[in-house]
Design a protein around this ligand. Structure first.
Ligand code: F6P
Length: 339
């Protein structure tokens, strides 16, 4: 068979591991493998490359995706054009590493045979207990906490570290717990500024510096949102990032010097951790075997400690957010971490 591999949506450390593991497995099973370039754009334009052992060997160690990706082009209103271009590729089916958006787009195209690999650095896809790239992102946050603690303490400052996670707090929570940040703020537990003020005040007399990890999507309890508005003077609440806003608020409210650091795309570009490499190797192999057996419409997900086939639809349900009472939240509370 001739099988295509495509990576869609935002990149996450481990995509190259999926490509390498799936390609090597398919080649060993006697198939031909082609890589579609730049996500859906490569389907429309027909841009693809042969994937050989030489093309993929060793690439699992690097972040990014050797095929390129795109989160911009979809299929809505272009279904016929997409199917025509897909047919021209002359492939038996596609292995796609993507998020729910990517799979939803493909679901609408009749005749496209699909094997899915769940992908988001935010770790909030349903149908899988974990996504690759998440562990690496947590390591980046954890290392940043360890490093920034030194300068926070040297200058007696609060440092607010803003992490990825627009709607899910997994990265802030996992990274924050790994290095025992002093406070962890996540969207699933709206922040009460009054309680946060009390916490910071009590820390001011006890500790030289403190580290707050805030998910970029941190939400505020409704009644205190106005308070943050006021302290932000002429700047509206939604005009800039939570890290910067909280740093300003802290200086004004507690008179404790504050700085903020946005980790941003450093979380995505770090070489995949060992855990993510194991995960992507297993997912790539399972995805390739599913294609080999012609079990289209399935995905390689991580469930109950192992990678296994699941129906692709199970990746398209509502997001898997952090339970506000998750056991990691309880662990944080046991340690006296503000959460
Ligand atoms: O959804 C994944 C994610 O990495 C978010 O955590 C982040 O807010 C967003 O993508 C960044 O997207 P972009 O690279 O398009 O700015």
């Amino acid at each position: 068979m001739r099988i295509g591999i495509l990576t869609g949506g935002g990149d996450a450390p481990g995509l190259n591991g999926i490509i390498e593991a799936a390609t090597r497995t398919l080649l060993n099973l006697g198939h031909e493998v082609v890589g579609i370039q730049d996500g859906f754009e490569g389907i429309y334009s027909g841009n693809h490359v042969p994937l050989t052992l030489d093309t993929v060997r060793g690439r699992h160690a690097f972040a990014g995706t050797l095929l390129g990706t795109s989160s911009r082009s979809g299929t809505q209103g272009r279904e016929t054009e997409f199917k025509k271009a897909y047919d021209k590729l002359n492939i038996e089916g596609l292995i796609v590493a993507g998020g729910d958006g990517t799979f939803r787009c493909l679901q609408d195209i009749e005749g496209v045979r699909l094997i899915g690999v769940p992908k988001t650095i935010d770790n909030d896809l349903p149908g899988t207990d974990a996504t690759f790239g998440y562990d690496t992102a947590c390591s980046v946050v954890s290392e940043a906490i360890d490093d920034l603690r030194t300068t926070a303490s040297a200058h007696k400052r609060i440092i607010i570290i803003e992490t990825m996670g627009r709607t899910a707090g997994w990265i802030a929570l996992g990274g924050g717990m790994a290095s025992m940040a002093d406070a962890i703020l996540i969207p699933e537990r709206p922040l009460n500024l009054n309680k946060f003020r009390d916490f910071l005040k009590s820390k001011h007399s006890q500790q030289r510096g403190i580290i707050v990890v805030a998910s970029e999507g941190t939400t505020l309890e409704k009644d205190v949102q106005r308070e943050l508005d006021k302290s932000g003077a002429s700047v509206m609440v939604s005009d800039y990032g939570i890290g910067e806003r909280l740093a300003k608020w802290t200086e004004e409210e507690i008179h404790w010097e504050a700085r903020h650091v946005i980790l941003g795309h450093l979380q995505r570009s770090h070489p995949p951790s060992t855990t993510d490499r194991f995960l992507t190797t297993a997912m790539g192999i399972v995805a390739a075997r599913l294609a080999h057996k012609g079990e289209w419409g399935k995905a390689a997900a991580f469930k109950n400690g192992q990678v296994m086939p699941v129906p692709i639809e199970s990746l398209m349900g509502p997001a898997r957010n952090v339970d506000p009472e998750h056991r990691w939240v309880k662990m944080a509370q046991a340690l006296g971490i503000f959460i």
